[in-house]
Design a protein around this ligand. Structure first.
Ligand code: AMP
Ligand code: MG
Length: 332
């Protein structure tokens, strides 16, 4: 077992090493931003490609500003409203940000985490850390220390901070530094466009908020978060219980069989809570659990969910975690 205490984690972090730590979104693999050795280890251990930039975690807005060339008023308002919390702001970086962090881009992604242990680590280190999710690249993110333990076969020291309360990665936004009229959501999360708009309007700031621009960042790949056993999503217009059997029949007879499905599909169903916040908190945990059943995982996604803003972050992760999506024809 690789659980360690907070003081031990601080010691390890100060020796160019990396540690898995809890945040409110997912468990992160943390390395100090002033240690190129630790930063390299993050990429090696995760098998993460160097083109995928890391998010820097800071203790305060002041610490964030110290890493940027420019800090627009919009970021000040959003940070005051949502930090500490699951919102990442992409800003123009200065020379304090190593190229390993930004993958050679001239910007850096920054957030201030809410989890008390992450805060305590940042306070004691007095240096920000970079921390992508503590899992191998492309795989399901960890929301419990046990997920990290299994993923890395006990080889990474972990600080236990309990189950993650948000359970989905942060919303990532980027200000249009050139025209100064638009905020882009690069990755949807629990902080939605509506919440961002509301916070800005309180300060009489009206900006266009553009969604679904995931191609803007090199790290946003169509296939990500994938569980060990394949997830298949059935997109339904109206789901009634008796439809499930007929869909499964269609899957067996009509769909071209991906390599992972044997002649008869042996499957297990993913069921998510009706409240998006609870569903988000449980998603990755359920994917980890269901994967151990060694069956294809099926999820029936109804239209109400795939169109509703508060489900957006979750549907984004589900879609990218899926090996196959089946769309029912729209009723006339
Ligand atoms: P994660 O793998 O969950 O840590 O996600 C971090 C994501 O944030 C990456 O996949 C990047 O695509 C995004 N990101 C990090 N830095 C930047 C940046 N400078 N510009 C745009 N996106 C970024
Ligand atoms: Mg990740």
């Amino acid at each position: 077992m690789s659980l360690i205490s907070l003081p031990r984690a601080l010691e390890i972090l100060s020796q160019d090493e990396i540690v898995a730590i809890p945040t409110e979104t997912v468990y992160g693999l943390a390395g100090r931003i002033d240690s190129p050795t630790a930063l390299k280890k993050i990429f090696t251990v995760k098998k993460r490609p160097y083109f995928d930039p890391l998010i820097v975690h800071v203790h305060s807005i002041e610490d964030a500003k110290r890493l940027c060339l420019e800090w627009p008023e919009v970021y000040d308002i959003l940070a005051k409203e949502f930090w500490p919390g699951p919102l990442t702001l992409v800003a123009k970086k200065n020379s304090r940000v190593h190229d390993l962090i930004s993958s050679g881009l001239d910007t850096v992604a920054i957030r201030c985490p809410l989890h008390p242990l992450a805060q305590q680590i940042l306070f004691s280190l007095k240096t920000p850390f970079a921390a992508p999710s503590a899992n191998r690249f492309g795989k399901t993110s960890p929301t419990r220390w046990t997920h990290v333990e299994t993923e890395f076969n006990g080889e990474i020291p972990i600080v236990d901070g309990g189950p993650c309360q948000v359970g989905l990665e942060s919303t990532v936004v980027q200000w249009d530094f050139k025209n100064k009229t638009q905020l882009s959501i690069l990755r949807p999360g629990v902080i939605t466009a509506t919440l961002l708009q509301k916070a800005l309007l309180k300060h009489q700031i009206k900006v266009k908020i553009e969604k679904n621009t995931s191609h803007r960042s090199p790290g946003f790949l169509l296939q990500h978060y994938q569980p060990k056993w394949p997830l298949v999503i059935i997109n339904k217009y109206n789901l009634i219980e008796k439809d499930k059997a007929s869909i499964l029949n269609q899957l067996n007879t009509h769909l071209p069989k991906p390599h992972f499905l044997s002649s008869k599909i042996d499957w297990i169903e993913l069921e998510l809570d009706h409240q998006p916040q609870i569903a988000a908190r449980e998603l990755y945990h359920q994917l980890h659990n269901l994967s151990s059943g060694k069956k294809a995982i099926l999820y029936f996604l109804t239209k109400g969910r795939w169109q509703s803003p508060e489900w957006e972050g979750l549907v984004d992760r589900l879609s990218r975690a899926a090996s196959l999506q089946y769309f029912e024809e729209e009723p006339q």
